[in-house]
Design a protein around this ligand. Structure first.
Ligand SMILES: N[C@@H](CCC(=O)N[C@@H](CS)C(=O)NCC(=O)O)C(=O)O
Length: 236
């Protein structure tokens, strides 16, 4: 059994979608990041960056419990464990890893900042809003081009698509319209219709609070002084 430490965010849904796709049994452990669960000492042991998602595979390599943080590493681990959604041959395997790294290195950080400055930041900082909205639009364009030449990012449906898809669900609040990206829209609709994806997106979905960032305590935990006071950085 796999323990999935998660919360209903794009990074969390990547892993619940993959677990549903491969049909591995899993137990959901909620990490309510708006209440500070990410700072609990026990969670820190498996996720030293204080972020969800994380997993503990109680039947890991050598039949020992194995814990992992970073969603991209978790997706690769589950793909390798099950032999699914990441080919074994080197050329197609690295095509998947390439698009997965594109998600981890560009989509996640840039879309995350777009969410932050467009929705969460208390001040209306036009430079930051323009910068991250434009970067998000540029990255939608990169995917649009790729999806004009391939059905899925790495050719066949893979963990790269599972990593990107949850981030594209927020296209409206990222200031983007899928009508401007017809290939991406075709890809988005195909993935949305997959039963495993539908199931993966239900994980803790009822725990998500609209406008949680307007709650002063939650804002402080996520973005304010509170988080720096509670993170253990090891700095002297
Ligand atoms: N690169 C990490 C990012 C994880 C991440 O940013 N998680 C956020 C929510 S989506 C989180 O746990 N935030 C809580 C915090 O930083 O206090 C991954 O892909 O796993």
């Amino acid at each position: 059994m796999i323990d999935l430490y998660t919360w209903p965010t794009p990074n969390g849904f990547k892993v619940s979608i993959m677990l549903e796709e491969v049909g591995l049994p899993y137990n959901v452990v909620p990490i309510d990041i708006t209440k500070g669960d990410q700072f609990d000492a026990d969670f820190l042991k498996i996720s030293p960056n204080n972020k969800m998602p994380a997993i503990v595979d109680n039947d890991g390599p050598g039949a020992m419990p194995y814990s992992l943080f970073e969603s991209g590493a978790i997706l690769m681990y589950l793909a390798e464990k099950t032999g699914r959604f990441m080919p074994a041959d080197m050329a197609p395997r690295y095509l998947v890893i390439q698009w997965l790294m594109f998600q981890m290195g560009s989509i996640g950080p840039m879309f995350g900042q777009a969410h932050h400055f467009r929705t969460y930041a208390p001040d209306n900082l036009s430079y930051a809003i323009d910068r991250y909205t434009n970067e998000t639009g540029r990255l939608y364009g990169v995917m649009e081009h790729r999806l004009g030449e391939a059905e899925y990012l790495a050719g066949e449906y893979s963990i790269a698509d599972m990593a990107v898809f949850p981030w594209t669900r927020g296209h409206e609040r990222q200031g983007q319209s899928l009508d401007d990206f017809p290939n991406l829209k075709r890809w988005f609709e195909a993935i949305s219709a997959r039963p495993a994806v539908e199931r993966g997106l239900t994980v803790l979905a009822d725990r998500r609070r609209e406008n949680w960032h307007k709650d002063e305590e939650a804002f402080s935990i996520m973005f304010g002084k509170n988080q720096y006071a509670r993170r253990q950085t090891g700095a002297q």
